[in-house]
Design a protein. Structure first.
Lengths: 408, 289
């Protein structure tokens, strides 16, 4: 037993030495504990893994800097993760555990609107700020919560960028077929389209909802084909986007624009569909091509390079990764501004935050959601993602119209 | 009219997959009296096998199906002989717990090996199909339906015409009597589970060509297999095939309800199942036992 204690002391001494000899100045403060439940198993493992990559990328960087600077003292950071099995209720239970047992100072969001909604209630009860990057449903932010902040553009904006772009194209597409999963987030995306289309002289001629997570969607695609639409929109997730695109090819549903809210931005979409993935658009929170002037942390190109160095073989970071990193940045900046680890003071600093990062502008409206950053439109061209709208951040022109299936 | 025909075709083609998934589940349930909660996981193991072989060697995915069947048979035989046989006479709850546990293990091993990425077998002919005056029949789905029917026919032949098959049926109707006439129960159980797993493997290979797969994609198939077997009736291969096709049709028609009606496609399919249970508890084609 004594030997063990001695060994531990020796290791502790070495660690202290190692830290002391680093480049950081100032005294070493107490460790800041951040907590995040993520779906490390279950149906949201892919998206949750991307979220974790985004958090960990920042964690490495901030600890290399010595930690977060509060009143001249650098506080190293750890993130405590739990597996919520992709279950929103479990996520809330674990959030409470992170607060009471693990004494988390601040919270990072889980993946998905459902879990974020249940976790936001826990953050509010305990008055601990949660900065989240993966719950875009406005219903989360319409509850009057004061402790939940989302760095991403809200759900209703997801596909509006695609419509803005479509309005500039020639010949102008007008007939929209809207397919949507029946979860809150997807329905808000679809509602955003319904509200927005008429103002641009377009109309939603068919609007079909399907069960969230469905993979047999041929009949829905057939219903869209029946109205011969110019634009096929899907508001769902990766699995449904792949299923719909496969069914569109099988059923020979030809449209000028195929745009899906979530899915095409991930490497899996291209890997699963091969050449068929070409021409597909998506509304994206962020792309590796955007041109934002970063006020702190990394520039866009350095961020992409840092991601590729840490996760080789995964391609470019997709927006789930970037927005998750952005959530950490918002929290970091707020702690620095507050110059305190006090939950209330950091909350106030978050509410007042206005900063531009590699991810774009981060500023929260009175509800706590970032309505100040525009969505960008991506298109898959030749098996690669390109930003095609808005034109001031785009690197390619949209390839329009999409050729029919038998002419590809 | 053309829309209606198209919808029937969509339903039947989807139903072929459900039938393929259902036959193995039905066999294991009928003979071993085990509701195999790991069935969906076995399906996805077959799907990953096809994907892995296709990606590594470029072998046509249809040619991987026999490999899926043999590999899954061996796997199923070992699992039954080594694990499930130990609780075969225990109360139903134990078999639930055990197969649920097997499901968790299989899914998480797949997650470790393949991660949660979405994978799909995309060949040169993926998505292509016959176009009969506006009515579309995708080749892969058509072939999948054909193979599902073939697998079912082969299984029925095996059960009714071979010594092993008759032994399995004997075990299904009376374990103790079967043992008395000299049937090696443990072997018969293991062959049964192996056959169920082999059918699941073939179904999985077909699914890998039709949809994108992840390690967790099997769970809905366990549920669907359950409904299909209830619909058709337990104990006969042909009944399961009919159950699968009916389920596919009901689902396709429910999905075609305009607006948000299609959200209830699953609920409607389950509603039909309840209706069948109430009016014909033995299933559409089942025999009372």
């Amino acid at each position: 037993m004594k030997k063990h204690i001695l060994a531990l002391l020796a290791v502790a001494g070495l660690v202290t030495l190692a830290c002391g000899s680093g480049s950081n100045q100032g005294a070493q403060g107490s460790t800041i504990v951040l907590g995040a439940p993520l779906g490390l198993t279950g149906s949201l493992t892919k998206e949750s893994a991307l979220t974790k990559q985004g958090y960990d990328l920042w964690l490495d960087w901030i600890n290399k800097q010595g930690g977060i600077n509060v009143n001249g003292t650098k506080h190293p950071v750890t993130i405590k993760y739990y597996d919520d099995t992709s279950n929103a209720n479990q996520s809330a239970v674990l959030m409470q555990k992170l607060i009471t047992e693990d004494k988390a100072n601040f919270l990072l969001g889980p993946y998905g609107s459902a879990a974020t909604a249940t976790d936001a209630a826990i953050a509010e009860q305990n008055q601990i700020p949660m900065v989240e990057a993966n719950g875009a449903a406005q219903s989360i932010f319409n509850q009057g919560y004061k402790y939940t902040f989302g760095v991403l553009s809200p759900a209703n904006k997801y596909l509006q960028g695609v419509l803005d772009m479509a309005a500039t194209l020639n010949p102008k597409p007008t007939k929209i077929a809207m397919l949507s999963a029946d979860d809150n987030f997807s329905l808000e995306v679809a509602q955003g389209v319904n509200d927005y289309a008429t103002g641009l002289g377009m109309q939603v001629v068919v609007y079909k909802k399907y069960k969230n997570g469905a993979t047999a969607l041929t009949a829905e695609v057939q219903a869209a084909k029946a109205v011969n639409p110019d634009i096929v929109l899907n508001s769902g997730h990766l699995a449904e986007a792949i299923a719909i695109h496969k069914a569109a090819k099988e059923q020979k549903l030809n449209a000028k624009i195929f745009a899906y809210s979530v899915g095409p931005s991930t490497p899996d979409f291209i890997k699963s569909l091969g050449k068929d993935a070409d021409y597909v658009y998506d509304g994206s929170q962020w792309t590796p091509q955007v041109k934002y002037k970063s006020q702190f942390y990394l520039s866009v190109s350095d961020y992409v390079a840092a991601y590729k160095a840490k996760y080789p073989g995964e391609g470019d970071p997709d927006y789930h990764v970037a927005e998750s990193t952005a959530a950490c940045l918002a929290l970091q900046r707020a702690i620095e501004k507050a110059n305190s680890l006090d939950a209330k003071k950091v909350r106030d600093a978050l509410a007042a935050l206005d900063v531009t990062t590699f991810y774009g502008r981060i500023k929260f409206d009175s509800r706590g959601i970032n309505t100040f950053k525009p969505m960008v439109v991506e298109q898959i061209q030749g098996g690669e993602h390109h930003t095609v709208f808005p034109s001031d951040v785009a690197d390619k022109q949209p390839m329009y119209p999409t050729p029919s299936w038998d002419q590809r | 009219m053309a829309d209606l025909v198209q919808l029937v075709i969509i339903g039947l083609l989807a139903g072929g997959i459900y039938a393929a998934v259902g036959v193995g589940f039905s066999l294991v349930w009928g003979v071993l009296n085990i509701v195999n909660l790991a069935h969906g996981a076995l399906v996805i193991v077959g799907a990953y096998l096809t994907w892995q072989i296709f990606t590594a060697s470029g072998l046509d995915p249809f040619l991987t199906l026999p490999i899926d069947a043999v590999a899954l048979f061996a796997f199923g035989y070992v699992v039954q002989r080594g694990v499930i046989n130990r609780i075969i006479r225990a109360p139903l709850l134990f078999t639930f717990l055990l197969t649920f546990g097997l499901n968790l293990i299989a899914v998480n091993v797949l997650l470790l090996i393949f991660k949660s990425d979405f994978r799909s077998v995309t060949t040169a002919y993926s998505g292509a199909g016959l176009d009969l005056g506006g009515i579309v029949v995708p080749y892969i789905r058509l072939a999948a339906l054909g193979i599902a029917l073939l697998v079912a026919a082969a299984l029925a032949l095996l059960l009714n015409r071979t010594r092993v098959g008759l032994a399995i049926q004997a075990v299904g109707s009376d374990r103790d009597a079967a043992q008395l006439v000299g049937i090696d129960l443990r072997h018969a159980y293991a062959v049964t589970y192996g056959l169920g797993a082999a059918c699941a493997g073939v179904a999985g290979g077909l699914i890998a060509m039709i949809q994108a797969i992840t390690p967790t994609a099997g769970e809905p198939y366990t549920l669907q297999a359950f409904v299909v077997v209830i619909l058709g009736g337990l104990g006969r291969v042909s009944a399961t095939v009919v159950g699968g096709l009916v389920f596919g049709l009901v689902e396709a028609f429910a999905q075609s309800i305009p607006g948000s009606g299609s959200v209830f496609a699953n609920a409607i399919a389950f509603g039909v199942m309840v209706l069948v249970l109430v009016t014909r508890p033995q299933g559409l084609l089942g025999r009372l036992r």
